[in-house]
Write a protein of this length. Structure first.
Lengths: 307, 268
């Protein structure tokens, strides 16, 4: 169980985290979703006591992280897989953690097996590791103390498709056994396949949270037409809110806050031909997310494609 | 319902008792391991023994027969050591930031002061034991060297003199440690150490030779000057007072500032 309440972090005049409140519950995978620079990592660093909060609180298993007597046994943390002494071998890094937590030495071999790092690989210095291997080692370190809570920052980065699948199954199993998983990502689809609950953050604020089912529930109607302008006028005349659909790849789609039948009738009355008319399943979340990321990811708009 | 709730616990094989605080001895042993288990750390420690051997061999080969005393060996071995020990102390602290391993270290042990204290204890332990090793290497050199030269073996360092040398080297190491804590960047802290122990003393010496008012003040202001008395083998009450005052200003106060900064800083 992770409980974050009214967490705020300011750097001088800049507010990195603004009144963030959410709970990650046991038995569930909570996806922490947001574009790069939204404040995911800062929030996670505050949770584990690496960054002091300006105000608010974060509790893990009912206590402040800093008050846990031996945190590694209760919370597995992976914030940055590359943050390791490049001159140490993978096995040494695990051994240091194993000794710090006071665990039997065989845990190191168990974890190396679990994340499929061979004896040879474990004997190499992490400076020579690929990002995927570092992520595996980081996950091994996080799981070493057999914790009840996992806090993972972008753990899928650098993993190949098989690795992503492996990690998904691992986290699913962890949550099914009663564990709490909080993992961050800037990729909606990556989070969608694994998370039960979603917390969406943008520019330091929570913009949406709830179960995945709630957030992905039908959000109005998606309609495509060759004559967007005419349809938009007709919809406005009928008093229906509509926005260009960012989720559709083409510019000829609108998302309307009304059911399909009504939108169809309006189009018929206006004499606008339709190409597509369907429930906008999950489009609400995706559009919200794309809006959040539009500013930070230039390759999202066609003009920036060269960059 | 209860069986479902119990099942996850049953899979937690390693959980035997509720978590107890991590004992300090364990932290110290982990920090000791960390100072050996990288290539750079290992060779840095090995270099103490290697330079001690080279210095001993050089003394045997080049020192005039009448100067082939234990003190000559101790001086030859002591110089490289007085440079290497502070570097070891600096890196033990700064590598957590420069190599970013602090992310894991301070997550596993959120009370940073405990880890820093463990590092300090380990650094002092390494310093004292390497000086004992150097003492032994120097003794062998003295016996072998005087036998080769055919002169009497001269043992002109007393236990008290040796303990002063240990104290002086430990202070030097603590200066390095303090700079590591204060600056938290390997390169900058090492540069800082050389400024501290080579540039400042030179400036102080120049000032003392040209300005009379500073000449009397120097023992109370210049940390290195105050330390150098330790190498003369005897200390007056006033010299101890000089050492105490300068240590407070140049070592204890900046260390306190550095520790406070470490407790509050962000680990990224």
């Amino acid at each position: 169980m992770i409980k974050v309440e009214s967490l705020t972090k300011r750097y001088g005049g800049f507010t990195a985290i603004d009144d963030v409140t959410f709970t990650a519950r046991p038995g569930r995978v909570t996806g922490f979703l947001g574009p790069n620079g939204a404040g995911k990592s800062t929030t996670m660093r505050i949770m584990v006591g690496l960054t002091p909060a300006t105000s608010g609180s974060a509790e893990v298993s009912g206590r402040r992280f800093a008050d846990l007597p031996n945190p590694g046994l209760e919370v597995g943390v992976l914030l940055d897989a590359s943050a390791q002494h490049a001159g140490r071998t993978g096995r040494e890094i695990l051994t240091i953690a194993q000794r710090t937590m006071g665990l039997p030495a065989r845990r190191v071999d168990d974890m190396l097996d679990l994340v499929s790092l061979s004896k040879t690989e474990a004997g190499r210095r992490v400076g020579n590791y690929s990002l995927g291997m570092r992520q595996r080692l980081g996950i091994a370190t996080a799981l070493l103390g057999d914790p009840e809570v996992l806090i993972l920052d972008e753990p899928a980065n650098g993993l190949d498709p098989a690795g992503i699948r492996w990690m998904r199954d691992l986290l699913r199993g962890f949550a099914d056994r009663g564990g709490t998983v909080l993992l961050s990502s800037h990729l909606l689809h990556e989070i969608e396949v694994i998370a039960d609950d979603l917390v969406v953050i943008g520019e330091g604020r929570i913009v949406a949270q709830g179960t995945k089912a709630e957030l992905l529930r039908s959000a109005g109607t998606l309609v495509r037409t060759p004559d967007v302008h005419l349809l938009a006028t007709a919809l406005t005349d009928s008093g229906l809110a509509h926005v260009p659909s960012a989720a559709a790849a083409t510019a000829d789609a609108l998302r309307v806050e009304a059911d399909r039948e009504l939108v169809g009738k309006i189009a018929l009355n206006a004499g606008v031909p339709l190409i597509e008319l369907r429930a906008a399943d999950g489009a609400g979340l995706e559009e919200m997310f794309l809006e959040l990321t539009a500013d930070t990811q230039p390759d999202q708009n066609p003009e920036g494609a060269a960059a | 319902m209860t069986t479902v709730a119990v099942e996850p616990e049953a899979t937690r094989a390693t959980r035997s008792a509720p978590a107890t605080p991590i004992p300090f001895t364990r932290l110290a042993s982990v920090e000791l391991r960390k100072s050996f288990n990288t290539r750079s750390g290992f060779w840095l420690l090995a270099s103490i023994a290697i330079t001690a051997l080279i210095a001993t061999a050089a003394t045997v080969a080049f020192a005039p027969n009448d100067e082939l005393t234990y003190e000559a060996f101790a001086t030859a071995i002591g110089f490289p050591m007085s440079v290497l020990l502070p570097v070891i102390a600096i890196l033990s602290v700064t590598s957590e930031w420069s190599q970013r391993s602090g992310l894991t270290t301070f997550t596993l042990v959120p009370r940073r002061s405990r880890t820093i204290l463990a590092k300090g204890v380990v650094a002092i332990g390494i310093a004292v034991s390497s000086m004992l090793v150097a003492l032994a290497i120097g003794a062998i050199g003295n016996v072998v060297g005087s036998a080769i030269a055919g002169v009497d073996t001269t043992w002109n360092i007393s236990a008290i003199e040796f303990s002063y040398i240990v104290l002086a080297n430990t202070l030097g190491l603590l200066v390095g440690f303090m700079l590591g804590v204060l600056i938290r960047n390997s390169a900058a802290a090492i540069v800082g150490y050389f400024v501290y122990s080579f540039v400042l003393p030179t400036l102080s010496m120049l000032l003392a030779s040209s300005q009379d008012w500073f000449k009397n003040l120097q023992p109370w202001v210049d940390f290195n000057y105050a330390q150098s008395a330790l190498f003369n083998g005897s200390m007056t009450g006033e010299q101890w007072a000089n050492l105490g005052v300068t240590s407070l200003v140049w070592l204890v106060l900046p260390m306190a500032v550095g520790l406070r900064m470490i407790m509050r800083s962000e680990v990224k």
